[in-house]
Design a protein around this ligand. Structure first.
Ligand code: ARG
Ligand code: ZN
Length: 466
C-alpha cells in the first residue's frame, strides 16, 4: 500500500517496451538435463528466480552495523534438484562473495549482473537434495524497480528498512528470487545492543553479549523470498498472544509510537475479522514493524509481520494483513497476476469500511466508476498491466478491487463470500493464477464469469457499467 502522498499522485507509469522474448531467450530454455536457467520465465522479470531446483529452507546468519552500513552474511540454502544439473543460478545483486560451497565442497562460480552462476564440482542428480553455503559481505543497497521505486535493503538513520517486493530480496541474501519458490527460513541477526533486528515468524531467542544482540527468528510456513525482512532500528517492542493463539510481535520506532499505538492495538480485532471472512489465519506469528523511513513511500506485507514506513492508518493495517491470505499464503505464479494480491487487499479495505460504519463497497465502486474515461484508473487493465513498471499502479489496486465487486454484484453476497474463503483455502500455502480464480469462482457460484472478468480484468479503457 502506498503512502497517501504517493497514492494521491496516482502516477501511472508509461508502459515500458521490453524485449521480453529476447530476454527470455537469453535466460535459456528449460531443458531436461544440464545447466539450470537464469530465470523462471516471468514475462515482467525474466531473470527473477532460477530454473532447475527448489529451495526448501534458507538459513541466514547476518551481522549489520548501522554506523558503517556493513553487512556480513552467511546463507545456507537447502535445495532439491528438479533434474540433473551441471550448474545452476542464484540471484544476488551487489555484495562480495567470500566463500561458496555445495555440500561442503568448494564450488566454482561467476557473477553476471544479478545472476550468480554456480558450478558444483560434480553434477547434481535429478531429485538430489543439496546444500549451498554462500559467505558474503559488503554494503547492501536497494534495487531500483521499473516504476522508479526502491526495494530491498534500504538504509535508514538508525538501521535499515528491509522489504523486497518485487526484486529486493537479492540485495541482502542469495535467493531463488521469484514467488514460485516458497521456503521456510531461519534468521540469526546480530546488531548493536541498542537496536533490534525484526524478521518474519516467531522469535526463538534474543541474546546480548559484548554490546551486541543476536535475534533468532524462524518462519516455518513457506514464504516467497520477496516477503522476507530483517528490518533493523531502534524499536519499542510489544509481545502478546491473541485469543486464537497467534504470537504477536510489534516493533515500533519511538518517533512513530504515538500515532501507531491506537492502530496497532486493533490488530487482534482485524485478524479475527479477516479470519472470519477468509478462513483461519495462515501463520503462527503476526505483528507489525513500524519504521520511520520517510523516503520509502510504501508498506509491504512482509510475511507474518508487515513493515510500514511510518505509522499506518487502520485501512493500511487491514490491507497489509489481508495480504497474509492473498499474496503471502496464496502466492503469485507470475507477476502479471499482481491484481490477485492488490485487488484482494484493496477489496478487504472496502469490506472493512462497509462493515464498520464507513462507505459501502458499492458506494466506493460507484465513486471510482464516476471517474472520466481519461483518468489514470483506466490506463491499463489490471489483469494485464503490461510491464513491471505498472504492477503497483492504481488500476491494479482500485480496478482490481472493482473487478471483485463486479463479481459480487453478479453472483450475490452469499456466493461471493464463499468464493473469497474458498480461494484462500484452496491455495493455502500454495499458488494462484487468474485462470484458477475464474474457474473456482465459477464452480462456487455456478455462474459463467468469463465475459465479466474479461471486461474488468483485460478490457482496454473504461468498462461499460456492469
Ligand atoms: N505490496 C505493497 C502493498 O501494496 C506495495 C509494495 C510496493 N513496492 C514497491 N517496490 N514500490 O501493500
Ligand atoms: Zn498491497
Amino acid at each position: 500500500r502506498r503512502s497517501t502522498t504517493l497514492l494521491r499522485r496516482e502516477a501511472v507509469a508509461a508502459t515500458v517496451p521490453v524485449a521480453v522474448a529476447a530476454l527470455l531467450a537469453a535466460a535459456g530454455p528449460a531443458t531436461a538435463a544440464g545447466p539450470g536457467t537464469a530465470g523462471v520465465g516471468d514475462p515482467y522479470f525474466p531473470l527473477a528466480g532460477n530454473g532447475g531446483y527448489h529451495v526448501s529452507h534458507y538459513d541466514l546468519t547476518l551481522r549489520y552495523d548501522p554506523g558503517t552500513r556493513h553487512l556480513d552474511g552467511k546463507a545456507v540454502l537447502t535445495a532439491r534438484a528438479e533434474r540433473r544439473l551441471t550448474r545452476f543460478d542464484l540471484d544476488l545483486q551487489g555484495l562480495r562473495i567470500t566463500g561458496l560451497s555445495v555440500d561442503h565442497v568448494k564450488a566454482a562460480y561467476r557473477r553476471d549482473g544479478q545472476e550468480l552462476v554456480v558450478t558444483p564440482r560434480r553434477a547434481l542428480r535429478a531429485g538430489e537434495r543439496f546444500q549451498v553455503t554462500v559467505a558474503y559481505d559488503g554494503t547492501p543497497a536497494p534495487v531500483t524497480d521499473p516504476d522508479g521505486s526502491a526495494d530491498g535493503w534500504i538504509p535508514t538513520d538508525d538501521g535499515a528498512f528491509v522489504a523486497g517486493e518485487p526484486q529486493g530480496a537479492m540485495t541482502w541474501f542469495p535467493a531463488d528470487n521469484h514467488p514460485l519458490d516458497k521456503s521456510s527460513y531461519d534468521f540469526t541477526v546480530t546488531v548493536p545492543a541498542d537496536r533490534a533486528a525484526v524478521a518474519n515468524g516467531v522469535l526463538l531467542s534474543r541474546r546480548t553479549a559484548h554490546g551486541r544482540t543476536t535475534f533468532h527468528w524462524r518462519q516455518s510456513e513457506p514464504m516467497a523470498a520477496y516477503l522476507a525482512t530483517a528490518t533493523v532500528g531502534k524499536f519499542r517492542v510489544d509481545q502478546y498472544t491473541t485469543r486464537d493463539g497467534i504470537q504477536v510481535y510489534d516493533a515500533v520506532d519511538p518517533r512513530e509510537a504515538a500515532a501507531a499505538a491506537p492502530v496497532l492495538k486493533r490488530l487482534p480485532e482485524v485478524l479475527e475479522w479477516e479470519s472470519a471472512l477468509f478462513g483461519r489465519y495462515p501463520f503462527r506469528a503476526a505483528g507489525s514493524i513500524v519504521d520511520h523511513a520517510p523516503d520509502v513511500g510504501y508498506a509491504l506485507e512482509t510475511q507474518s509481520r508487515p513493515v510500514y514506513d511510518s505509522a499506518p492508518s487502520l485501512s493500511t493495517l487491514v490491507h497489509e494483513n489481508a495480504h497474509q491470505w492473498f499474496g503471502d499464503s496464496v502466492s503469485l505464479t507470475s507477476w502479471k497476476d499482481i491484481w490477485l494480491n492488490e485487488g484482494f487487499a484493496t477489496y478487504a479495505e472496502w469490506l472493512w469500511a462497509e462493515q464498520h460504519g464507513g462507505s459501502s463497497a458499492r458506494k466506493t465502486f460507484d465513486t471510482l466508476y464516476a471517474r472520466p474515461a481519461t483518468d489514470g484508473l483506466w490506463a491499463f487493465p489490471p489483469g494485464d498491466p503490461g510491464s513491471g513498471a505498472n504492477i503497483f499502479g492504481t488500476p491494479v489496486y482500485a480496478r482490481g478491487a472493482m473487478a471483485l465487486h463486479a463479481v459480487r454484484t453478479a453472483v450475490g453476497d452469499r456466493a461471493f463470500f464463499r468464493i473469497l474463503r474458498a480461494w484462500a483455502t484452496a491455495h493455502r500455502h500454495g499458488h494462484g493464477t487468474t485462470e484458477r480464480f475464474e474457474r473456482l469462482a465459477e464452480q462456487v457460484s455456478g455462474a459463467d464469469l468469463g465475459a465479466l472478468l474479461g471486461t474488468w480484468l483485460y478490457g482496454r479503457g473504461k468498462p461499460g457499467r456492469p
